[in-house]
Write a new protein. Structure first.
Length: 368
């Protein structure tokens, strides 16, 4: 049974998924309690996180945990990071002053800004995959568009960014829900929240991954382990199968997931992208669903397909003969100009289908 935390360092150990350190910390009980009390005192006095005092505390806490308690240096660093983060969260709560939405929506936040996150995903990085900038981009797209269901083709480094985005979206949704229930969903007398938005949908958001784990450089086997450590494993659903199986687009996660709000395709098989895209397009949410395809601009095979898709987009999704194989969609591509390979992505937004017709965003206000 997991022990209940008695102080900040014990709580941080549990929060990062290492509850076994609680017993080790308690063997140096008075020293650990004193260190945690010192950190709490900094928070009460509104000591800035960059101060020399806090730096000294970090150094002494590291020495205490590593030399006296037997915690590994890497995990001790993660515990300290989490303890500092928890203190900052509590400090923000204590300094509420506005009585409206500003008390909850204060600034940019999220799991990828935490050093613990970056340390955790480092083993997943592989130069051949070229995803060092794709991960943060996918995180941002998911945070911005708030997908409930994401489908990723090929597990690895980017998977954790997507999982963390879903976790952070859920936390943001909880904050908004509390703000609404407390009557603070306003800026002055102006409503801040879309009245009929369903924040509960973010609570059960899921990343579905299709991967046969056969790629020479795959890091898929590490995704589950790291997701567990970061506390977002319950949002992960891995389907170990061939992404090109003909029946998969019509059966995967049916009937629970009729549409995916975001589809991330990182195949490494440019000559098969056209058929793959066609097969999965019907599973993309017609109300603004996103498809992101990796490495599309500077290799001849993907580029020809992309140019065909750009032509279709300009013509409302209609081919030369006037037929509309995809319906309305828009597309935009981004290039990492310094790289030879794995250096680009293209984003496609679905804007309706044959059944629902064209889709567009609704107008909410007169002014921005």
């Amino acid at each position: 049974m997991e022990e209940e935390a008695r102080n900040a360092l014990e709580a941080a150990s549990i929060a990062i998924g290492c509850p076994w350190y609680v017993g080790m910390l308690r063997e140096s009980g008075e020293k650990v309690d004193a260190s945690s009390s010192e950190l709490a005192a900094f928070a009460r006095s509104q000591t800035d996180g960059e101060s020399s005092q806090l730096d000294d505390w970090c150094a002494s806490a590291m020495t205490l945990m590593v030399e006296d308690c037997g915690v590994s240096e890497r995990d001790a660093g993660a515990i300290i990071d989490e303890a500092l983060k928890a203190v900052k969260r509590s400090h923000r709560v204590e300094t509420k002053t506005h009585g409206d939405a500003r008390d909850v929506i204060r600034n940019t936040h999220g799991g990828i800004f935490n050093p613990t996150f970056l340390d955790s995903i480092e083993p997943l990085y592989d130069l051949h995959m070229g995803a060092e900038n794709m991960g943060p981009l996918l995180y941002t797209l998911a945070r911005f568009s708030k997908p409930k269901n994401i489908l990723e083709i090929g597990a690895g480094y980017t998977s954790i960014f997507l999982l963390q985005a879903l976790e952070d979206n859920a936390e943001e949704g909880r904050r908004y829900s509390h703000m609404i229930s407390d009557g603070k969903a306003m800026i002055g007398d102006v409503p801040w929240v879309v009245k009929d938005y369903e924040f509960d949908r973010l609570t059960h958001s899921t990343l579905h991954i299709v991967d046969n784990c056969a790629h020479e450089h795959t890091t898929a086997h590490r995704v589950d382990e790291i997701a567990q450590r970061l506390g977002c494993r319950d949002r992960l659903c891995v389907h170990v199968t061939d992404a090109f199986a003909s029946e998969l687009p019509s059966t995967l996660a049916i009937p629970e997931v009729p549409y995916f709000d975001m589809l991330w395709i990182d195949l490494g098989a440019a000559h098969r992208i056209a058929g793959f895209f066609d097969a999965w397009w019907s599973r993309v949410n017609p109300e603004g669903g996103l498809v992101i395809v990796h490495s599309t601009l500077t290799n001849a095979l993907s580029r020809q397909w992309l140019e065909d898709m750009r032509h279709l987009a300009k013509n409302g999704g209609r081919d030369i003969d006037g037929t509309s194989p995809y319906g309305g969609f828009t597309t935009m591509s981004f290039l990492e100009p310094h790289k030879m390979f794995q250096n680009s992505c293209s984003i496609f937004q679905k804007r309706g289908d044959a059944l629902s017709g064209d889709w567009t965003e609704r107008i909410l206000t007169k002014y921005p």
